[in-house]
Design a protein around this ligand. Structure first.
Ligand SMILES: Cc1cc2nc3c(=O)[nH]c(=O)nc-3n(C[C@H](O)[C@H](O)[C@H](O)COP(=O)(O)OP(=O)(O)OC[C@H]3O[C@@H](n4cnc5c(N)ncnc54)[C@H](O)[C@@H]3O)c2cc1C
Ligand SMILES: NC(=O)c1ccc[n+]([C@@H]2O[C@H](COP(=O)([O-])OP(=O)(O)OC[C@H]3O[C@@H](n4cnc5c(N)ncnc54)[C@H](O)[C@@H]3O)[C@@H](O)[C@H]2O)c1
Length: 477
C-alpha cells in the first residue's frame, strides 16, 4: 500500500493546489474524468465561447432597432465546435500529461477514489493508499431528472436524445429542435445559445418566471425580454418522456402559473438542467467522519472539513462540493485558501488564511445578460434592513440611447451607513458593469463616495452605474 503526504481528489480548482512549493512532498492526484474538471471542459469556458458567437448571431438577426437590415444566415457548427474544443482538449491533455509524466513527486490515479478510513482510500481498480493530508475538490454533476420513461444511465450517451451540460456542446450537428427542462443558469444560457443559432427551443419552467432566485425586478425584466426570443412554458413539470426518434414529453401543471400549457412537447433533443448535485455520496466521506449538510461537505472559514463541529486535522475541501455558491471564482478563491493553509501545516507559511465569502458576484450570460452581487431587495425586506434603492435605466444615459435596448442597474444601500448591500444589472455588458459595485463592496467604499469621488467616462455605459448611485436618496440632504 502506497503512502502519500498529500492526496488531492479532483482536478478542477483542485488542480491548482500543487505547485513548486510542494515538490518535496509525495503527492497523489485522483481524477476520474477530465483534467481541469467542469469549468474548462463542460462549463464556464466552452459555454462562454459559444455565448459570444450566439450574441453576434442574435444581434445580426435583431438589428432593426438600430435601423439596420442585417440577418443571421447560419452557423458552421462543426467549425465552431472544433475552434472551441480543439483548444480546450489540448489544455486538458497537456494538464494530464504534466501531472502524470513530468512531475517526479506526483502519482496520478485516473479513476474514481473513495475513502475507506480516516487516512485511507481505494481507487475503482482496487489500489489502496494512505495519506497524511487530503484535499477534497470533487465538485458537482448534473442532477438527474425524475420522470417516467427516462433511463438516466443512458443520458449523455451517443444515440440517446437526452443530454446534460456534460455532452450537449459536443453534438456532431445542431438539432432542429430542443426542449430544455429547468429555468436556472444553465437553462437560460443554453437556450440563448441554441435559439440564437437557429434551433427551435422550448424551455419548461415550473414557476411563473425565470431565474427565480434573483432580485424580483431582475427576474421579471429578464423573463420579459428572454421570452421575446425563446418559447417558454411556465408552470409545468415533466411527467414522462417517450424516447424514440427524439423525445416526446407529457407535462403536468405545477399550479405556480396561470394558463399553463400542458400539451405534449416533441423535440429532436432534450437538455436536462435542473441543478447540480455535489459529489459527496460516492466519496464515502463518512469514513473520514466528515459532516455534511444535504449533499454539501461542511467546512469552516479555513476550508477545513468539520466533524461534529470540529475541524478534521489535515482534511480540506474547496469548490462546489463544500460551497453554497457553485461558481468558479468562488472555487478558485477557496483553492487559494486551501493551498496557503497546507503550507501553514507544512511550516512554510505562518498565519492561516480564510475565505471571504461576504461579497460574491455572479453573472448569467444569456440574453439579456445579468450581473449581480449581494442582497436582493426581497432579502433586505425580509431581514428588516433599513435600505434605500435606486434604479437607472439604460435609456437614461447616452450610451443607452446608442444601444436602444432595455436594461437597468439597480443598487441597494444601507440608509445610514451608505454601504452598498446589493447591486443588480440586466442588459448589455451587465457582467462587466456589476464589477464596479463588487469593487466598492469589497473595499467598503460608501455609495456616495463611489458616485462623486471619481470621474466617470462620458458617454460610456458605466454612467448607468454612476446615475444609479446618484439616485440613492439617503435623506440627509
Ligand atoms: C454549463 C456550466 C456553465 C458554467 N458557467 C459558469 C460561469 O460562467 N461562471 C462561473 O463562475 N461558474 C460557472 N459554472 C460553475 C463552475 O463550472 C463550477 O462552480 C466550478 O467548475 C466548480 O469547480 P470545482 O473544482 O469545485 O469542481 P469541478 O470542476 O467539477 O471538479 C471536480 C473534479 O473532481 C472529479 N471527481 C469527483 N469525484 C471524484 C472521485 N471520487 N474520485 C476522483 N475524481 C473525482 C470530477 O471528475 C471533476 O473533474 C458553470 C457550470 C456549468 C455546468
Ligand atoms: N454563469 C454562471 O455563473 C453559471 C452558468 C451555469 C451554471 N452555473 C452554476 O451551476 C449551477 C447549476 O446550474 P443549473 O441551471 O443546473 O441550476 P440552478 O439551480 O441555477 O437552476 C435549476 C433550475 O431547475 C429547476 N428545477 C429543479 N428541479 C426541477 C424539476 N424536477 N423539473 C423542472 N425544473 C426543475 C429549478 O426550479 C431551477 O430553476 C448554478 O446554480 C450555478 O451555480 C453558473
Amino acid at each position: 500500500m502506497a503512502h502519500f503526504d498529500l492526496l488531492v481528489i479532483g482536478t478542477g480548482s483542485g488542480n491548482s493546489i500543487v505547485d513548486d512549493r510542494f515538490s518535496h512532498l509525495k503527492v497523489a492526484i485522483a481524477e476520474k474524468w477530465l483534467f481541469g474538471g467542469t469549468c474548462l471542459n463542460v462549463g464556464c469556458i466552452p459555454t462562454k465561447m459559444l455565448v459570444y458567437p450566439a450574441e453576434v448571431a442574435h444581434s445580426s438577426a435583431d438589428s432593426a432597432h438600430l435601423n439596420l437590415a442585417t440577418s443571421f444566415d447560419g452557423v458552421d457548427w462543426n467549425g465552431l465546435s472544433h475552434r472551441i474544443f480543439d483548444r480546450i482538449d489540448a489544455i486538458e491533455e497537456d494538464g494530464r500529461d504534466y501531472r502524470t509524466n513530468r512531475l517526479d513527486n506526483v502519482t496520478v490515479f485516473p479513476e474514481h477514489i473513495h475513502f475507506t478510513g480516516r487516512n485511507s482510500a481505494q481507487t475503482a481498480s482496487g489500489d489502496t493508499l494512505t495519506f497524511d493530508r487530503v484535499v477534497i475538490a470533487t465538485g458537482s454533476s448534473p442532477t438527474p431528472l425524475k420522470a417516467s420513461g427516462l433511463d438516466w444511465d443512458r443520458v449523455d450517451t451517443e444515440n440517446y436524445p437526452v443530454k446534460t451540460s456534460n455532452s450537449i456542446m459536443r453534438m456532431p450537428e445542431l438539432p432542429r429542435s430542443l426542449v430544455i427542462v429547468g429555468s436556472g443558469f444553465i437553462a437560460v444560457e443554453f437556450a440563448h445559445i441554441f435559439a440564437s443559432l437557429g434551433v427551435d427551443v422550448t424551455v419548461l419552467a415550473r414557476g411563473n418566471r425565470l431565474l427565480g432566485n434573483h432580485d424580483r425586478d431582475v427576474s421579471d425584466a429578464f423573463t420579459r425580454q428572454f421570452t421575446k426570443n425563446v418559447n417558454v412554458r411556465f408552470g409545468v413539470e415533466v411527467e414522462s418522456v417517450d424516447v424514440a426518434d427524439g423525445v416526446s414529453l407529457t407535462l403536468t401543471e405545477t399550479g405556480r402559473a396561470q394558463d399553463a400549457d400542458t400539451s405534449a412537447v416533441e423535440a429532436q433533443l432534450m437538455l436536462v438542467a435542473v441543478g447540480r448535485t455535489r459529489s459527496t455520496h460516492a466519496l464515502n466521506a463518512g469514513a473520514l467522519g466528515a459532516q455534511t449538510d444535504g449533499d454539501r461537505l461542511v467546512v469552516d472559514e479555513h476550508q477545513r472539513v468539520l466533524s461534529n463541529g470540529e475541524p478534521l486535522d489535515g482534511v480540506w475541501a474547496l469548490g462546489d462540493v463544500c460551497s453554497e455558491h457553485m461558481l468558479k471564482h468562488v472555487a478558485n478563491a477557496e483553492a487559494r485558501t486551501v493551498q496557503h493553509n497546507i503550507l501553514v501545516d507544512l511550516g512554510v507559511e505562518t498565519t492561516p488564511a480564510s475565505t471571504d465569502h461576504s461579497v460574491i458576484p455572479a453573472a448569467v450570460f444569456s440574453h439579456p445578460q445579468i450581473g449581480t452581487v449581494g442582497a436582493t431587495e426581497e432579502q433586505l425586506r425580509a431581514e428588516g434592513v433599513d435600505y434605500v434603492s435606486s434604479t437607472c435605466e439604460y435609456g437614461g444615459v447616452a450610451f443607452g440611447w446608442a444601444l436602444n435596448e432595455p436594461g437597468f442597474a439597480k443598487v441597494l444601500a444601507h440608509r445610514t451607513t451608505k454601504r452598498i448591500l446589493g447591486a443588480h444589472v440586466v442588459g448589455a455588458q451587465a457582467a462587466s458593469l456589476v464589477q464596479l459595485f463588487v469593487q466598492a463592496m469589497a473595499f467598503d467604499i460608501p455609495a456616495d463616495q463611489m458616485a462623486r469621488g471619481q470621474m466617470w467616462i462620458h458617454p460610456a455605459l458605466t454612467e448607468v452605474v454612476e446615475n444609479a448611485l446618484l439616485g440613492l436618496e439617503f435623506g440627509d440632504g
